[in-house]
Design a binder for this molecule. Structure first.
Ligand code: 13P
Length: 281
């Protein structure tokens, strides 16, 4: 089912005081499990693909598969490309039917980030597709993008407003101290920046590095103004840990459907746990 667009979903979340969950999927099983969770919750969801996943299947193959799953779902499913650093790949996914793309030019200078985002925005908007931009560098590893602690940067209010205005992006992912992957200590999160940004602009704010933040942090971030929260590592863990658990409990079982179903439940449960927090339940 297709109802609201990427921006409409984020604006609705912003106005209603919740966050839409954006979950990184990497194959048919994980995509289906996230949709199943959203259907159980009767809430919209964003299915994200990393560029590594797109490279593995090719934009057409995975795009067609995701569009079909979204079409058959009983809730609104938005298909989003996460952390794309390559303009040609962003355009290929736009052509293959993604609803929105994140262009991550955060490793460039501010002006180059703006210039590249503008190129993607112009291509995307003329095709009814939306763009998320990143400012500042978010620490951690997200598939093939690794940013070590020393290269991570946070951003300021004026710079963020300038970036949004000049680049024309539809959603902003500012580096606020969250990180991709598993947190080693307590992250030092700039909640005040999220709040100041929410007050100063209409553009919705995206929070990266959702895995391991915990209920209280999620609630504070949503209250401050986070409208989309990304979760990737927790989904990967549900899948891989689920595989290990299944085979240690059933070492001699040769039943792929049962195995798939077990993993489906693991990923769905993880998705639901996050969605419940994001929707204030
Ligand atoms: P985690 O892997 O920490 O959940 O971060 C996900 C993310 O921000 C994807 O862009």
């Amino acid at each position: 089912m297709k109802t609201l667009t990427f921006v409409e979903e984020l604006m609705r979340a912003k106005e209603s005081g919740y966050a839409i969950g954006a979950f990184n999927i990497f194959n048919y099983l994980s995509a289906r499990a996230v949709i199943r969770a959203a259907q159980k919750m009767n809430q919209s969801v964003i299915l994200q693909t990393s560029t590594q996943t797109v490279k593995r299947f090719g934009p057409l193959e995975i795009g067609t598969m995701l569009r079909q799953l979204a079409w058959n779902a009983s809730v609104n499913v938005v298909i989003h490309l996460d952390h794309c650093q390559n303009v040609d790949m962003a355009k290929a996914c736009i052509d293959a039917g993604w609803d929105s793309v994140m262009f991550d030019g955060s490793h460039h200078t501010l002006e180059d980030n703006i210039k590249l985002c503008r190129e993607v925005v112009s291509y995307a908007h003329s095709r009814g597709v939306f763009v998320e931009g990143e400012l500042g560098r978010i620490a951690g590893v997200e598939d093939d993008i690794a940013v070590d602690e020393s290269s991570a940067t946070q951003v300021g209010l004026e710079e963020s407003l300038y970036f949004v205005k000049e680049s024309g992006v539809d959603a902003l992912a500012p580096a606020i101290g969250t990180a991709h992957g598993v947190y080693k200590g307590k992250p030092n999160i700039n909640f005040a920046l999220v709040e100041d940004l929410r007050k100063a602009m209409d553009t919705p704010i995206v929070i990266h590095g959702g895995t391991g933040l915990g209920n209280e942090t999620f609630r504070r971030l949503i209250k401050a103004g986070g409208s989309k929260i990304n979760v990737s590592t927790a989904i990967k863990h549900a899948y891989i840990d689920g595989c290990k658990e299944y085979f240690s409990a059933n070492p001699d079982k040769i039943d792929p459907i049962d195995f798939d179903q077990f993993l489906n439940c693991k990923i769905s449960d993880t998705t639901i746990e996050h969605m419940e927090i994001f929707h204030g339940e």
